[in-house]
Design a protein around this ligand. Structure first.
Ligand code: PMP
Length: 304
């Protein structure tokens, strides 16, 4: 990943990709206290556009606030940095990764002289779970790892350290031959995937878990708005594992994963065992919006 051409925005300057480096004593590398975002820019008929840029930046600031981390830039600067990262790398579509972390000014949990550093990288990144899976759905296993308790690490923050739990779950799932993990909270209720929110469809109604132990996903919010727009009822409630097994349809949402159907959970086919009609409809509405074909939601796009 580090050995490529391009430019990375680093503390207000554009630096050559290979030179965007930090010291081995970077505090966040040791303790995981940092915040980041995953944002996408799509090719649209009017050129590349970043999807819900301001919402992602707002979540980044909220994540930092939860961690008690003071970001050295304002929102407009970080919005601009994301536009610059896409534009200056000549990308038509992109995955954008802003991250804010503590530097190597001090070591140990008690370090009190740490500076917050910010980077924004952008690169071409196709379908996260594969084109085929976007069409036909993925196979999921319920993880043996529990999602964070609300008072352990907080899921409203998209914080670096939270992703150790995600990686443990994902590695377990892929090692067992599945495509993705579904994590339960400490009480056993469904929360989310390793990097996605989850939805079920039953009798024409959409269900998604409360955000107690799940990230407030921007794709989740988008899908809820689109569902509402086409008259689909969305119920936010606690969901049990067996409710997932007997759903008519299920799908994951995320900036990287977009809208990905789930065709099987723990060896049990979900519904017909393929992408369901409501999933397909929401998927198609989602792609219309992000790719600039839906005029009603052009306010969600920041053209470069
Ligand atoms: N949950 C987790 C744990 C995630 O990492 C992500 C991806 N950011 C999501 C949910 C989905 O969030 P979004 O739709 O904002 O990408």
């Amino acid at each position: 990943m580090h050995d490529r051409d391009g430019l990375i925005w680093h503390n207000g300057e554009l630096v050559p990709w290979r030179e965007a480096q930090v010291h081995v004593l970077t505090h966040t590398l040791h303790y995981g206290m940092g915040v980041f975002e995953g944002v996408r820019a799509y090719e649209t008929p009017s050129g590349p556009a970043i999807f819900r840029l301001q919402d992602h930046t707002a979540r980044l600031f909220n994540s930092a606030h939860i961690l008690g981390m003071k970001l050295p830039y304002d929102r407009a600067t970080l919005d601009q940095a994301q536009c610059i990262a896409v534009r200056e790398n000549g990308l038509r579509s992109a995955y954008i990764r802003p991250m804010c972390f503590y530097g190597s000014e001090g070591m140990g949990l008690r370090a009190d002289n740490l500076r917050v550093h910010c980077i924004v990288a952008a690169w071409e990144w196709g379908s996260y779970l594969g084109e085929e899976n976007i069409k036909n759905g993925i196979r999921v296993r319920v993880s043996s790892f529990t999602r964070h308790h609300v008072n352990a690490t907080m899921c409203r923050a998209k914080a670096n350290g939270n992703y150790m739990n995600s990686m443990m779950a994902l590695q377990e799932a892929t090692r067992d031959g599945y495509d993705e993990a579904l994590l339960l909270d400490p009480e056993g209720y469904v929360t989310e995937g390793s990097g996605e929110n989850v939805f079920l469809v039953r009798d024409g109604v959409l269900y998604t878990p409360e955000l107690t132990s799940a990230l407030d996903g921007i794709t989740r919010r988008t899908v809820m708005a689109l569902a509402d727009q086409v008259g689909l009822e969305v119920v936010v409630k606690r969901i049990t594992r067996d409710e997932v097994y007997i759903a008519d349809e299920a799908f994951f949402t995320g900036t990287a994963a977009e809208v990905t159907p789930i065709r099987e959970v723990d060896g049990r086919p979900i519904g017909s065992g393929t992408r369901g009609p409501i999933t397909e409809r929401l998927q198609s509405l989602y792609f219309d919006v992000v790719q600039g074909r839906d005029e009603a939601h052009c306010d969600w796009l920041t053209y470069l």
